[in-house]
Design a protein around this ligand. Structure first.
Ligand SMILES: *[C@@H]1O[C@H](CO)[C@@H](O)[C@H](O)[C@H]1NC(C)=O
Ligand SMILES: *[C@@H]1O[C@H](CO)[C@@H](O)[C@H](O)[C@H]1NC(C)=O
Ligand SMILES: *[C@@H]1O[C@H](CO)[C@@H](O)[C@H](O)[C@H]1NC(C)=O
Ligand SMILES: *[C@@H]1O[C@H](CO)[C@@H](O)[C@H](O)[C@H]1NC(C)=O
Ligand SMILES: *[C@@H]1O[C@H](CO)[C@@H](O)[C@H](O)[C@H]1NC(C)=O
Ligand SMILES: *[C@@H]1O[C@H](CO)[C@@H](O)[C@H](O)[C@H]1NC(C)=O
Ligand SMILES: *[C@@H]1O[C@H](CO)[C@@H](O)[C@H](O)[C@H]1NC(C)=O
Length: 382
């Protein structure tokens, strides 16, 4: 009797011990391979430890679990990318692994079907998982690599941006395939689901930066001046980044090179239609805002409508003004500070003293260049 009860105790103690060990071990991985998965609680850390990938729960949203990449520079993670944006998990059974086809897949314990179901996948066509692994680069890019003699990137998270633009990320349109890398806001600050705000480069005519809200233009960042978007005067060339717009028959894209890699920065598009540019202040352990667009009423798309300009520094006066030679179409409405009817050419008034000519309008964004053609042999001054 005594002996068997001791055995019982041992049998009971062992499973309890194993359970404790399983739950307290948080692995820090450097790669995901076909034999090394990432469980909820584990993290995949980039070589320089700047970024980490793992499971997280957005604030005020206690039930849902997402796989994301975050800046691993303070105790409070700053999420920069989310895999299963539209399909959260509701328990801790999620596992990120490489399946037999060589894709990165997020599976969970599907209690309805009583099996593991996939909820997200990198979804590229690779036929086998041999020599395949996933790695988190120090730029915050999750890459799926096939290493057969030479390394080939099969898939990368930078090709599927979320709401955050990071240095080294390239965004824009592949003119040959139509593949477009653009940003989509979260639904709300605590729901990473696809929101109604997007930020993209419009490749038509001469390239422009746009924020769209519910599909309609909300902000025109302007055309590329050679060094910055014309609608972001603060984006002057500096010691942190070097920006290059590539515009040729193959693509329109903006590539950011980081000159000082010790500076952590990000640009976040939110569900109100604004982008916020911030830089990490390590001493104060907070993100410092260095830019915000659109800033004021004038910055909004078509705020003053046709043939007008908008001056936010116009004192108490109405910020909208008709261009030289133009007048409000509906003066009564205009006098109530309502520009919705816009301006039209004044009748029988010659603006230019003797016949045709040009009038300089200073301190304005270059007008919409979607119908413009640019002679690239000329340099563009701003
Ligand atoms: C980065 O991630 C590792 C692993 O999760 C963690 O131990 C470390 O504290 C993180 N770094 C910072 C600065 O929080
Ligand atoms: C999945 O969930 C069911 C029901 O909770 C449980 O019985 C089963 O052990 C789980 N399977 C795995 C692999 O965790
Ligand atoms: C589900 O996935 C887990 C973790 O990868 C694994 O341990 C388990 O055996 C899988 N269950 C089934 C039914 O495939
Ligand atoms: C996977 O990719 C194929 C072809 O590119 C597409 O038709 C399919 O909808 C994708 N599946 C998922 C789950 O995204
Ligand atoms: C979470 O809720 C608190 C209190 O309601 C609020 O102050 C905070 O802004 C919320 N955070 C997010 C990210 O929504
Ligand atoms: C401005 O005028 C338009 C009619 O042209 C009207 O529909 C709109 O409500 C007016 N806006 C305001 C703020 O009064
Ligand atoms: C504009 O000038 C032309 C010729 O000078 C004249 O025929 C026409 O009536 C004028 N229109 C208005 C609206 O004054």
């Amino acid at each position: 009797m005594k002996l068997s009860s001791a055995k019982d105790r041992i049998l009971i103690i062992i499973p309890v011990f194993l359970l404790l060990v399983l739950h307290s071990s948080c692995h820090s991985l450097s790669r995901i391979t076909p034999s090394q998965s990432l469980k909820d609680g584990d993290v995949l850390v980039s070589e320089g430890r700047t970024f980490a990938l793992g499971f997280f729960t957005p604030s005020n949203n206690s039930r849902k679990r997402y796989v994301g990449i975050w800046y691993n520079i303070s105790s409070k993670p700053t999420v920069v990318w989310v895999a299963n944006r539209q399909n959260p998990l509701y328990d801790n059974s999620g596992v990120l692994s490489i399946n037999t086809q060589g894709n990165i897949v997020l599976v969970y314990n599907d209690t309805h079907l009583n099996r593991n179901s996939s909820i997200w996948s990198s979804n590229v066509s690779i036929s086998s998982s041999s020599h395949t692994f996933a790695k988190l680069q120090d730029t915050g890019n999750l890459v799926l690599i096939r290493n057969q003699g030479r390394r080939k990137v099969m898939w990368q998270s930078f090709d599927y941006p979320g709401d955050t633009r990071l240095p080294c990320m390239k965004f824009g349109v592949d003119r040959k395939t139509g593949f477009n890398r653009f940003f989509t806001s979260w639904k709300t600050p605590d729901d990473p689901g696809l929101g109604h705000v997007t930020l993209m480069i419009d490749p038509i005519g001469y390239p422009q930066l746009f924020i769209y809200k519910n599909g309609a233009p909300f902000w025109r960042g302007g055309s590329w001046t050679g060094q910055r978007w014309s609608g972001i005067p603060a984006m002057t060339p500096n010691f942190i980044y070097h920006l290059t717009l590539v515009d040729n028959a193959n693509e329109v894209s903006l590539v950011t090179e980081v000159l000082d890699s010790s500076i952590f920065s990000r640009i976040v598009l939110d569900n109100t239609g604004h982008e916020t540019r911030t830089i990490w202040q390590d001493k104060e352990k907070r993100w410092l805002q260095v830019g915000y667009s659109p800033t004021e009423d004038c910055d909004h798309y078509r705020w003053c409508r046709s043939n007008s300009k908008c001056d936010p520094y116009n004192g108490d006066k109405f910020e909208c003004m008709c261009l030289p030679g133009f007048e409000p179409i509906n003066l009564q409405e205009w006098n109530t500070r309502n520009a919705s009817s816009g301006c039209a050419r004044k009748k029988n008034v010659s603006t230019c003293q003797s016949g045709e000519g040009f009038v300089k309008v200073a301190r304005v964004k270059l007008p919409d260049t979607s119908k413009a053609r640019v002679d690239k042999s000329e340099s563009m001054s701003y």
